[in-house]
Write a protein that binds this ligand. Structure first.
Ligand SMILES: [Zn+2]
Ligand SMILES: [Zn+2]
Ligand SMILES: [Zn+2]
Length: 244
């Protein structure tokens, strides 16, 4: 399984429009950026997209224009699904979109003008997607939201954004045993927000879940570029790590 962070930013991205903080200034000077968070998972030539954020067109071009075989929507917030329209007129086949019922009915209604096939998933029940075993687990946000656990070739990838660290026992159990864990880390430790984790919350959760590798995604412009667990746009991972 080959995982690519197509974007690692929050809803407004970095640099933030109109912001002149150190992080945004450095971004403008160097060309660094954090596009909105979406994840591409490749397995045996098939491509699964987790979330379709509003930077989708630039992200798919940067990733070499892969044919998308399936999509998962984690939740119905702008930065996680509105780029689905970038598939329009590009892929003529009927793209299956997976998610829990509440998310599919909300996001699907907005994209009712585009042909797609909705596949309802039940939390904690694995389903085969692109030859991988995929499980959705409910997390804690301000709208129905799921994280994703993917198993293939004996490797485990766990992705959870957006959420607080107030997670149920079955969800914590589902998040354990990861080779790679990507978590929501939107703000520095001194900033608390009711529907997300700051990076200290994310680090503490990662410590409890004990993955082999851990990185933050969904970071705002308040997170410095040299943050040790800050994933970079287009960062990739091969899982299992010791095998190509
Ligand atoms: Zn800024
Ligand atoms: Zn959200
Ligand atoms: Zn978000």
């Amino acid at each position: 399984m080959h995982v690519t962070a197509l974007g690692t930013g929050d809803v407004v991205g970095t640099p933030k429009i109109g912001c002149d903080c150190d992080v945004c200034r450095e971004a403008r000077q160097t060309g660094k950026q954090r596009l909105r968070t979406s994840i591409l998972v490749e397995h045996k030539g098939k491509h699964l997209l987790i979330d379709t954020g509003p930077d989708m067109r630039a992200q798919l071009l940067a990733a070499g224009s892969p044919h998308i075989d399936a999509v998962i929507w984690t939740h119905g917030h702008y930065d996680h699904f509105m780029g689905f329209g970038d598939f329009y007129r590009v892929q003529r086949d009927l793209i299956p979109v997976y998610g829990i019922a509440e998310v599919l009915s909300y996001c699907g209604s907005i994209f009712s003008f585009m042909r797609h096939r909705e596949v309802v998933m039940t939390p904690y029940e694995p389903m085969d997607i692109c030859g991988m075993s995929v499980t959705l687990f409910p997390v804690m946000h301000d709208t129905p939201t799921c994280g994703v656990r993917i198993e293939a070739d004996g490797a485990v990838f766990v992705y959870s954004c957006d959420t607080t660290d107030q997670l149920s026992a079955p969800t914590l159990e589902t998040m354990k045993g990861a080779d790679l864990l990507l978590l929501d880390g939107i703000f520095p430790p001194e900033v608390h927000i009711s529907k997300h984790m700051n990076i200290r919350d994310a680090e503490r959760l990662a410590e409890r879940l004990a993955p082999k590798e851990f990185w933050c995604v969904h970071m705002s412009h308040k997170i410095r570029w040299d943050y040790r667990y800050g994933a970079r746009d287009m960062q990739t991972w091969d899982l299992p790590a010791n095998r190509e």
